[in-house]
Design a binder for this molecule. Structure first.
Ligand SMILES: Cc1cc2nc3c(=O)[nH]c(=O)nc-3n(C[C@H](O)[C@H](O)[C@H](O)COP(=O)(O)O)c2cc1C
Length: 207
């Protein structure tokens, strides 16, 4: 029997670690979205959060192209997604394409940190979404050339990822066994000892 949306949400939570921000523990990438719009007020909060992200030279290279379901922009972003992502993302009420200016505005030189900064802002956006009870799902699986052309994105902007945004839905609504299995599988992570190092290949002692 397929789990309910609440049961799925419970099994996707990260185990509580004292002192870690609740939004960090609550965020996970849903693929089933409920038929419920995101208010303009909530949408604005996500971008206010992203706005205060740090960036190299305070360049704030990120630009977010927001498509609301049934709009031309939404349809253009959706059309650029690979087939697998199209199989579930079309129910999300909002699709957001994150892009980053690759030139510094103060001197026109290359900004090698543009995608790093876009990713940081996008991460804050997803955490703000989680704090508001919203689900996000980032996607690298889209045709960059198609998106660039359809949305008339200039060459000096690098394309990051598409974020599907909305309220988590019932897993059964995905209507496909493989997607339901992905939606109902607990999340896994590497232990800290694999990625927090005191020297190369030496786990840092955190106690
Ligand atoms: C940059 C980026 C690209 C991703 N691309 C896709 C994608 O194209 N399709 C997809 O279904 N999930 C995609 N994901 C979701 C990841 O698979 C997911 O974040 C990962 O499995 C960890 O799960 P969690 O976000 O629930 O913690 C992407 C995530 C990120 C951050």
């Amino acid at each position: 029997m397929t789990l309910s949306a609440i049961e799925v949400n419970n099994l996707k939570q990260a185990p509580a670690v004292e002192g870690v921000l609740p939004a960090v523990l609550h965020r996970w990438s849903a693929r089933s979205f409920a038929d419920r719009a995101v208010s303009a007020a909530d949408l604005k909060k996500l971008f206010e959060a992203a706005r205060w992200s740090a960036s190299a030279y305070n360049e704030q290279p990120w630009r977010f192209i927001v498509g609301i379901r049934n709009s031309l922009t939404y349809n253009k972003i959706f059309a650029s997604l690979i087939g697998f992502n199209q199989s579930w993302a079309g129910k999300a009420p909002v699709l957001i394409l994150g892009v980053a200016s690759t030139k510094f505005s103060h001197n026109g030189s290359d900004n090698a940190h543009a995608l790093y900064d876009l990713g940081a802002a996008a991460a804050i956006l997803t955490l703000q979404a989680a704090a508001l009870g919203l689900s996000t799902h980032s996607m690298a699986g889209f045709d960059r050339d198609a998106a660039r052309q359809a949305l008339e994105i200039p060459e000096d902007y690098a394309l990051g990822a598409v974020i599907a945004l909305g309220y988590q839905g019932d897993p059964a609504a995905l209507g496909n066994e493989h997607l339901i299995e992905l939606e109902t599988t607990p999340r896994v992570r590497k232990p800290l000892s694999e990625f927090v190092l005191s020297a190369w290949n030496e786990p840092a002692s955190l106690t």
